[in-house]
Design a protein around this ligand. Structure first.
Ligand SMILES: Cc1ncc(COP(=O)(O)O)c(C=O)c1O
Length: 361
């Protein structure tokens, strides 16, 4: 048996037909940038996540950059970033001219609770990343950020659909950043992203920054850029959004099978809180000392796993930084993402579990 990590060709015919219908509609309408599809998507996400303002953009990395620029963070400013995250979180900080100050994570890969020790007179913001879909304790983080008068930009790229005490990931901070990269729980058929905010002023600034500094055509008030979402991606995302909750049920079901079946394997640390509402089961990351051996063993059996991520950012040349990143580094050495997506079959989960059990025989 072959178990891919994620096979986006497996969509059912009904979904494919809905996407084709949407494509035909957009083709008929002849509007390929902006327009009703974009407004509709922004309104639907705004309602679903209960975020007063939503500003769509070209991708999740741009969303982070737009948030930083809207908050006027730049040269000479410091931004606290977890040592373990996808590169975009720190990349966006450097792109705007600010300095990422890395801090260690906890055992789940989330910014460690003592992050406020990294605050200096130059700190302007902190970026909690809801890594693998699991949310940082936002109430605690907001209290500390407010006490120290620093902004919060939530990197919710991996956590669409996670809610902490009923409040959506991305709606706790000044700005929340979403990615609709195709492999995300809500993914486009290409690149797309979005900023969430409850501030009228930030929403307006981000809308301008996305579109060459203008709100009204030819009235350029800021130096912006072109980071507009494609109309066609907004349309496709509308189709996926309609199926999102059903797909979440399937993800949770498969994650539940893994949790039950692997609970007796002592050598494995299972992901925590995966089935809680503040986790969207984006990735199922186990931790094991003999990670590379297990990865190779599973590959021999036709099972594809992925490492998120093999290096912590401060160990990479462009982000090189010294500090105590022990827990984040441990995850980079021991973390292994097992296949988990709504298009899997129960037999595949059983096969992966059996292969892992065989590894320990
Ligand atoms: C944690 C995190 N931040 C930011 C991004 C950037 O999103 P995008 O790939 O849409 O630019 C991603 C997506 O890969 C991500 O996982």
């Amino acid at each position: 048996m072959k178990v891919p990590f994620l096979d986006l060709k497996r969509w059912d015919e009904e979904l494919k037909d809905a996407l084709k219908t949407k494509f035909n509609l957009i083709l008929e309408n002849g509007v390929f940038s902006g327009g009703e599809e974009v407004k509709n998507l922004e309104a639907k996400v705004s309602t679903y996540l209960n975020s007063p303002f939503t500003v769509s953009c070209a991708n999740g990395t741009d969303a982070l950059e737009l948030a930083l620029r809207a908050l006027e963070i730049g040269l000479g400013d410091e931004v606290i970033v977890p040592a373990m995250t996808w590169v975009s979180t720190a990349e966006a900080v450097l792109i705007v001219g600010a300095t990422p100050v890395f801090w260690d994570t906890d055992e789940d890969g989330l910014l460690a609770a003592d992050w406020e020790c990294a605050i200096t007179a130059r700190t302007k913001a902190v970026i909690p990343v809801h890594l693998y879909g699991k949310m940082v304790d936002m109430d605690a983080l907001v209290i500390k950020a407010e006490a120290n008068k620093i902004h919060i930009i939530e990197d919710a790229a991996q956590s669409f659909g996670a809610f902490q005490n009923g409040k959506a990931a991305g709606t706790f901070g000044d700005v929340g950043c979403l990615s609709f990269y195709p492999t995300k729980n809500l993914g486009a058929l290409g690149e797309a992203g979005m900023c969430l905010t409850s501030s009228t002023c930030l929403a307006e600034r981000m809308k301008m920054l996305v579109n060459h500094g203008q709100l009204v055509r030819d009235e350029h008030q800021l130096i912006g850029r072109n980071s507009r979402i494609d109309t066609i991606q907004a349309g496709f995302l509308d189709v996926f959004l309609g199926r999102f909750e059903h797909q979440q049920i399937l993800r949770r079901r498969f994650a539940g099978y893994y949790l039950t079946s692997l609970s007796k394997v002592e050598e494995i640390r299972l992901p925590q809180g995966t089935l809680e509402p503040d986790h969207n089961t984006h990735l199922f990351v186990i931790q094991i000392e003999r990670r590379d051996e297990l990865k190779d063993f599973l590959f021999q059996k036709g099972i594809v796993t992925v490492i998120h991520y093999p290096s912590i950012l401060p160990d990479l040349k462009p982000y090189s930084s010294i500090g105590n990143f022990e827990k984040a580094r441990k995850i980079s050495k021991q973390g292994l993402s097992l296949p988990l997506n709504p298009w899997m079959r129960k037999g595949e989960i059983d096969y992966v579990v059996k292969a892992i059990q065989d590894f320990f025989l």
